[in-house]
Write a protein that binds this ligand. Structure first.
Ligand SMILES: [Zn+2]
Length: 304
C-alpha cells in the first residue's frame, strides 16, 4: 500500500545537466518491452487508465535497469538499507526485470467506486495495494487516486507523473541542490516499484527466504507497525520519511548491540522487508545516475 506524495512546483536557475537529446522523443512513444512480457493489464482498466499504467510500468522497468547496479557504498543504498541487505537490494530490482527469475507475469487491475469490496482499501489517500484474488493470484490494484481522481489539492503534483513529464535538465528533473525527495517519489513508477515488492514470487526470488507459511507477506509496509521506542504508538508518517527513519533506528540498534547495550529495542521489521525502502532507494539512485548535478547528501526529506 502506498499513499500519494506531492510534487513541489517551483522555478530554478538554469545550469547544465547532461542528458541525451534523443531521450525524450524516443521514450514518449516506445514502451519498455518488459511491460508486455511480465504484466497483464486487466480489462477492468479503461483505455486512459491502461495508457497511464503502461507509461508507469515502462518507467519502473527503466529505473530498475539502472537500480539493479546499486551497491552498499551508494548513498541511495545507505539512506534506506543496512550493510547486511547488500545482496537483497540489487536482487530485488533484478527480480522485477526477470519476473522473479522465471519470467512470470503478474496482473494489474483498476479499482473503481463500483467495486466496493476493494474500494475500501483505497480510502485514506491510498494509491494502490496488492491482494490475492480468489484463486490465490496476487494482483496490483490501482486506486482512483493513482490516476489523479480525486485530483490532489492545487499546487500539488500527480502520482501519474512520468519520466518524460520533464527534461533531464536543470529546469526539469535535474534541479540544483537541495533536491526535494518528494519530486522523485511523485512518479507513477515509484508506486509501481513499491507494489511490485509486495508480490510474493518477486520478493521470494530477491530475498531467498527459508520456507514461508502459506499466505505470508514477505515485503510489507512500515505504516501502522508498532513503534518500538514509543509503546502504544504506531509508525505513521509520510512513507519516504518512515523509510529513512527505519534505517536510522536499525543503525542505532546495531550500534548499541555492538557496545553490548541491550537496552535498545529492536525495530519491528528489517529494512529488507519494507516496500517503500526499495522504491525510494531505486528512484534516488536513478536520479543520481541521470543528473550530473545530483548531490545525494543534499536531499531534503519532504514531500514538496
Ligand atoms: Zn505497500
Amino acid at each position: 500500500m502506498i499513499q500519494y506524495s506531492f510534487l513541489f512546483l517551483s522555478l530554478f536557475v538554469a545550469s547544465i545537466c547532461a542528458a541525451p537529446p534523443e531521450y525524450l522523443s524516443s521514450r514518449e512513444s516506445v514502451q519498455h518491452p518488459l511491460v508486455d512480457q511480465l504484466v497483464t493489464i486487466e480489462p477492468e482498466c479503461n483505455a486512459a487508465e491502461q495508457k497511464s499504467i503502461r507509461h508507469a510500468l515502462s518507467d519502473a522497468y527503466e529505473i530498475a535497469e539502472i537500480a539493479q547496479h546499486i551497491q552498499k557504498t551508494d548513498p541511495a543504498f545507505s539512506n534506506y538499507f543496512v550493510k547486511g541487505d547488500k545482496k537483497f537490494v540489487p536482487a530485488m530490482f533484478e527480480s522485477f526485470l526477470s519476473g522473479g527469475g522465471s519470467h512470470k507475469k503478474f496482473p494489474i487491475t483498476c479499482v473503481h467506486a463500483s467495486s466496493p469490496e476493494n474500494h475500501k482499501f483505497c480510502l485514506g489517500g491510498n494509491l494502490a495495494f496488492v491482494e490475492a484474488d480468489k484463486d490465490g493470484v496476487e494482483k496490483i490494484f490501482l486506486c482512483p487516486q493513482f490516476f489523479g481522481n480525486p485530483a490532489p489539492p492545487p499546487g500539488y503534483g500527480t502520482t501519474a507523473l512520468t519520466l518524460s513529464s520533464k527534461k533531464f535538465t536543470a529546469q526539469g528533473w535535474c534541479t540544483p541542490p537541495p533536491h526535494i525527495l518528494g519530486h522523485y517519489t511523485s512518479l507513477g513508477a515509484h508506486t509501481i516499484l513499491h507494489e511490485m515488492t509486495h508480490i510474493t514470487f518477486i520478493a521470494t526470488h530477491a530475498l531467498n527466504p527459508p520456507r514461508l507459511p502459506h499466505g505470508f507477506r514477505l515485503v510489507v509496509d512500515l505504516m501502522g507497525q508498532p513503534d518500538e521506542l514509543h509503546p502504544g504508538h504506531f509508525y505513521n508518517d509520510w512513507p519516504p520519511a518512515l523509510a529513512r527513519e527505519l534505517k536510522h533506528r536499525w543503525d542505532d540498534y546495531q550500534a548499541a548491540q555492538a557496545k553490548e547495550d541491550f537496552s535498545y529495542k529492536m525495530p519491528p521489521v528489517p529494512t529488507s522487508r519494507i516496500a517503500e525502502n526499495y522504491a525510494d532507494s531505486g528512484v534516488e539512485y536513478y536520479f543520481e545516475k541521470k543528473c550530473s548535478n545530483f548531490k545525494p547528501a543534499d536531499i531534503l526529506v519532504k514531500a514538496n
